[in-house]
Design a protein around this ligand. Structure first.
Ligand code: FAD
Length: 417
């Protein structure tokens, strides 16, 4: 059966293999000329695409092993964030931060620098402490800061090019509870206050429909233990779907629809275990581009993009999402030059997105932005070299690990061969 990513924009004719043991996985890798690993297929770029073989790790046998100091745990790499965080919770542990959703695999999320929001909190890649990889020759080995340090550095944000991960050692923290607050605020007020508020909340983010004057602001704060919150699948998604169905047929109504929608109440409050409060349900398919910008430039860049959409009355039907992520030292991380504002631009999957994304991408680039590797971008090999001083070292590790380019596909070959 043909493979497709979550949004439906990337498909592949390749066979999908779901090995249940490392030996089975190694034999498949040895036999293949080309192979790509996949997790939940949540990436919008053609990262998992392959004409020959796609490897799913969700059925691989394995157990979680918690270190004696309870600061790290070894996890089967194909486990979803949902399964991982529920298992950690049962042991009184948690991940320090999570993204918007939790079906992604741990390996897939780390491979692309997936992140949540919080000025003091880095991406999931920063939580990696070691990887067990099956290489292009089918042999298994662990890498970490001291064993094969260059491979480890590259593997922290790997795009799946350095081997197939079967196990990951990840940093964990004591379990904690969160209280979530959602409120409607004027866009002008948020522009003024966001940077100050970001320092006051463990997690803060907002969504801005480009044609509306109000934003939806969300904060998460640690709180006392409490019961799990009710499920998030919701009235809002149902009414939003109706709005989108109108916009597909009558795109010129988008500005009016968004202003009308933002007249409704958005206030909300829920509490519960962190792993149950971090993720939301995302049942409406969209396409997404995300740029990470130097934090000081984020709000100006967003204003420019939104100003252009308003001026042209463009039918960009989904809200922008604005988050903050801490700096890191990962070779190919868009956070490696300092803390960033992460701005996601979405479009309903049934509506045109490429032209809108292209203009916005040029604006984000003009503010010093670098794209999220899993989300739509049009970087060339030269762009990669300009934006990432460590790109050539990353490529040389890749060449040493996989001289025949077994783990490359056309998209990655253009950037990293
Ligand atoms: C609804 C939705 C919400 C999202 N929310 C966020 C968010 O809040 N924050 C954010 O930063 N991103 C977000 N993303 C992006 C998403 O987190 C990334 O695309 C992530 O990589 C998806 O994980 P996955 O398991 O689906 O990986 P896939 O998309 O399947 O694969 C991603 C990469 O990982 C590699 N890979 C997968 N498994 C392995 C393995 N075992 N060994 C080696 N390489 C492997 C693949 O080859 C590929 O290069 C979201 C995407 C969607 C669709």
């Amino acid at each position: 059966m043909a493979w497709s990513n979550w949004s439906g924009s990337v498909t592949a004719p390749a066979d999908i293999a779901r090995p249940q043991s490392e030996d089975e996985l190694a034999a498949l890798i040895r036999r293949a000329a080309k192979v790509r690993a996949t997790g939940a297929g949540h990436s919008f770029m053609p990262l998992c695409q392959s004409d020959e073989l796609i490897m799913g790790l969700d059925r691989l046998a394995g157990e979680m092993v918690i270190a004696a100091d309870r600061k790290t745990a070894r996890i089967p790499a194909g486990w979803s964030i949902k399964k991982l965080t529920a298992s950690l919770w049962a042991e009184g542990l948690a991940l320090a931060n999570q993204g918007d959703v939790n079906p992604q695999s741990l390996a897939g999320a780390m491979a692309t620098g997936t992140h949540g929001t919080g000025v003091g909190l880095g991406s999931l890649s920063t939580m990696a402490r070691g990887f067990r990889l099956i290489g292009a020759d089918g042999d298994a080995h662990w890498c970490n800061e001291t064993t094969e340090p260059d491979l480890y550095q590259a593997q922290r944000l790997s795009l799946g090019m350095f081997g197939i991960a079967t196990g990951i050692e990840v940093a964990v923290v004591p379990a904690f509870h969160l209280t979530e607050r959602i409120e409607k605020r004027r866009w002008g007020e948020v522009r003024e206050g966001y940077d100050e508020w970001a320092g006051q909340h463990r997690h803060i983010e907002f969504w801005l429909f480009p044609h509306a004057d109000h934003v939806i602001l969300k904060t998460l704060e640690p709180c006392d233990p409490c019961d799990p919150p009710p499920s998030t699948t919701d009235m809002e998604e149902t009414s939003f779907r109706r709005v989108l169905d109108v916009a597909v047929r009558l795109p010129f109504l988008t500005p009016w629809l968004q202003r009308a929608m933002m007249k409704t109440r958005f206030d909300g409050h829920r509490r519960g275990p962190a792993h149950a409060v971090f993720p939301s349900d995302r049942t409406i398919r969209f396409e997404e581009m995300e740029y990470e910008l130097p934090r000081a430039a984020g709000l100006d860049a967003l204003s420019d993009v939104v100003g252009w959409i308003r001026k042209k009355r463009l039918p960009v039907t989904f809200p922008f999402e604005y988050r903050t992520v801490a700096a890191d030292d990962i070779w190919m991380s868009p956070m490696n030059a300092g803390p960033v504002a992460a701005i996601s631009m979405h479009q309903y999957a049934r509506m045109p997105w490429a032209g809108h994304f292209a203009v916005a991408e040029a604006i984000f680039r003009s503010f010093g932005g670098r794209p999220h590797w899993a989300k739509r971008h049009t970087l060339t090999r030269d762009d990669v070299d300009t934006l990432y001083p460590m790109a050539e070292r990353y490529r040389s590790v890749r060449r040493a690990e996989d001289p025949q380019g077994k783990f490359l596909n056309p998209h990655l070959e253009a950037l990293f061969s």
